[in-house]
Design a protein around this ligand. Structure first.
Ligand SMILES: [Zn+2]
Length: 279
């Protein structure tokens, strides 16, 4: 499968876990067929780092945003600077943003306000969003829907069907929630969790939605797939996750690679659309 290439649609190369060997990690990913790497950020400082990394490496693209864990620390000025940074040519989305009621590091009302404020930034810049939601899928869908209603021109491509508005990454909801997310014109994305033994829910959702609605991610340095579970994750492991998805869907891994790479192009504008009659 030499000519099969993948995209890691969500990872944190800026994390301190990669301080010692970041360039080697990127080189290993490229050697493993991972052509592009999309690096979301968790706060303003991390957003600046993500943009710097994307300036240095042709295969890396940045997202800028404030993660729900950091929502209580985000100032109005931070959000203004994020908006400025989001106009950088290597920035492909606002993220990762959303709600996390599992850890609850910031009060829920603050998380909700900072989430909606950042969707508004994405709408002003016509960028997609990268959404993190944990134990909060109901509120996340509700706020996202409200924001779409306020600005229905966001990502408008033609009258029939808007361009994709974003991705719900590391999706942990059920199939009904996934279908609601897809109806709002979002992708759902799965990391190495689908390779774990106890991941029936994620596997059911990954089998139950269309390939046209799926992305792959490592979420490195977290969530290493089997057989690396428990160690530092890295983007070179994307083919393991792609192979598992191919198993779940009874498809050749080449199809999974081609479709998910096209989906990344559709969402972030990265890469090229594959010719329709590609082998
Ligand atoms: Zn993440």
């Amino acid at each position: 499968m030499n000519d099969v290439t993948f995209v890691d649609s969500h990872l944190h190369l800026t994390a301190k876990e990669f301080d010692a060997d970041r360039d080697e990690v990127i080189a290993r990913a490229v050697d493993s067929g991972v052509r592009f790497l999309v690096n979301p950020a968790v706060d303003l400082a991390d957003s600046r780092k993500a943009v710097e990394l994307a300036e240095k490496h042709a295969s890396v693209y940045a997202c800028v945003g404030v993660h729900p864990h950091e929502a209580a620390k985000a100032t109005e000025n931070d959000l203004r600077e994020l908006e400025e940074l989001s106009r950088h040519p290597r920035v492909v989305a606002i993220g990762e943003i959303g709600l996390d009621y599992y850890y609850d590091f910031a009060p829920q009302d603050v998380q909700q306000r900072v989430y909606a404020d950042q969707i508004a930034i994405a709408q002003r810049c016509n960028l997609p969003i990268v959404v993190h939601t944990r134990d909060s899928i109901g509120d996340t869908i509700r706020i996202t829907e409200e924001c779409i209603r306020k600005d229905s021109g966001w990502r408008r491509r033609d009258a029939q069907r808007p361009a994709p508005r974003g991705v719900f990454h590391c999706f942990s909801g059920d199939l009904a929630a996934a279908k609601k997310v897809i109806m709002m014109r979002f992708y759902v994305s799965f990391p190495g969790i689908i390779t774990f033994k106890k991941s029936e829910l994620a596997q059911t959702v990954a089998a139950g939605v269309a390939m046209e609605d799926l992305l792959l991610e490592t979420d490195s340095p977290y969530l290493a797939p089997v057989p690396h579970r428990g160690t530092r994750n890295e983007p070179a492991h994307i083919p393991l996750i792609a192979r598992k998805l191919a198993d779940i869907r009874s498809l050749p891994v080449e199809d999974v690679a081609r479709t998910t790479s096209y989906n990344v192009y559709d969402l972030f504008g990265i890469g090229d659309p594959e010719p329709l009659n590609a082998a």
